[in-house]
Design a protein around this ligand. Structure first.
Ligand SMILES: [Zn+2]
Length: 178
């Protein structure tokens, strides 16, 4: 349940954000790029199996913003995970920290060059994943709830707009001519 403040923040972002139709991961990525005005790169690599797997991640480097969505996700699940990370981005939450040295990770995570060994060892992962943990920073919990609320509101708004689009234009014309 979103607090009134959090809900207002989400709605303020969504008011200015033109939702694509139909809502897919690809269409939402394009819309987010246009809205953000900075590059957003989508990643779908396999996550190293040795560590707790998140649903999505957002981090930032000198090239722009990067969002990773679990490659096993499809359909509304991938849209939701991506929208959740967009929530973090557009609501001004802190991105995943890559650590000071963005050192190349040795096997098995060769495709995860962007993640620092510290991150992969689990130090930072607990700060950003949606996995359950008994010990959490209250600000982290609030941010997660807000990003989750943002994703839900975005999808609800898109569904609402899609319903309007389903009105048959011919039928509409007929109705208007009567
Ligand atoms: Zn999150």
């Amino acid at each position: 349940m979103l607090s009134a403040d959090a809900r207002r923040r989400c709605e303020a972002v969504l008011r200015d954000f033109t939702l694509p139709f139909p809502l897919t991961l690809e269409s939402l990525l394009e819309a987010a790029r246009g809205f953000h005005g900075r590059p957003i790169t989508l990643h779908r690599d396999e996550f190293p199996a040795s560590i707790e797997r998140p649903c999505g991640l957002w981090w930032r480097d000198e090239d722009g913003d990067h969002i990773w969505v679990a490659p096993t996700f499809t359909g509304s699940q991938e849209v939701h995970a991506f929208a959740h990370e967009l929530g973090h981005l557009f609501l001004g939450h802190p991105p995943v920290s890559l650590g000071h040295q963005q050192a190349e990770v040795e096997t098995p995570a060769t495709t995860f060059k962007w993640l620092s060994p510290r991150f992969l060892s689990g130090d930072l992962l607990g700060v950003r994943t949606r996995a359950h943990s008994s010990h959490r920073d209250p600000q982290y919990v609030a941010n997660e709830g807000e990003a989750e609320g943002f994703a839900s509101l975005l999808r609800r708004k898109a569904a609402f707009q899609a319903r309007d689009r389903h009105v048959d234009p011919l039928l509409n014309q007929l109705n208007n001519s009567i």
